[in-house]
Design a protein. Sequence first.
Length: 113
Amino acid sequence: MFNHAIVLVFATLFALPLLAAASVLQIRAGDCNTGDIQCCNSTMQSSTTSLGLLSGLLGLVLPAISGLVGLNCSPLSIIGLGGNSCSAQPVCCSNNQFNGLISLGCIPINLNL
């Protein structure tokens, strides 16, 4: 009986580091499947009327979209995250054809993993 308890303790001690290593491998900071990671000064819903006014003033024809729209965005490099941080809203956007002024199809992401 005592031998079974010792085996159980050692098995638990050796298994815990393996479980911890497996969970670390699954977390990917900044994994962005839809496009580039952007740091936007602000975001708004695509259904907001002010977005239509803004695109009209800028002479932009925006496609039919849903979700968030990022305004005044710049690319964010995860590799250089230490010196290239985002103090506003980090997002993953699918359409960045307007030179960072307006980014479409954005999804907020958390870089603090």
